[in-house]
Design a binder for this molecule. Sequence first.
Ligand code: 4NP
Length: 151
Amino acid sequence: MTKILMVCLGNICRSPLAEGILKSKLPNDSFFIDSAGTGNYHIGKNPDTRSIAIAKKHGLDISNLKGRQFEVSDFDTFDIIYVMDESNYRNVISLARNENDKLKVNFILNEITPGLDENVPDPYYGGHEGFENVYKMLDEACSVIAKKLLK
Ligand code: 4NP
């Protein structure tokens, strides 16, 4: 079982979308995919209604996901930890206990543009077009990830 964690700040906009998209591209009997936020503001909350709507538009149901905070034990549970932006990266890396923990962490957009450490923009304070933009970026990145993992 390969275990992949998607991480953003709130775990209500970007990472639940990334979780839903990647789940739709990989068989669930050999891949476990989850998401978490570095912040604690939305623990136990369902995804933002705009993320639920954009997922639904693309045939995915993420409405039952629940927000949780990233924890140090996630370094033991997961094989790969994808962060959405540089702030998430710094927060996750600051909790790493050793080099092995750090090696699990990567920017999700590095799957499209390796080494550039590009950010999936935080859509929380914007409008619906921001969510469509985020969806497109994550769908492209998750297609690359799924193709690599299924090889
Ligand atoms: P996310 O978006 O990190 O993609 O889930 C955010 C959600 C909530 C907040 C910030 C970003 N917030 O400040 O409450």
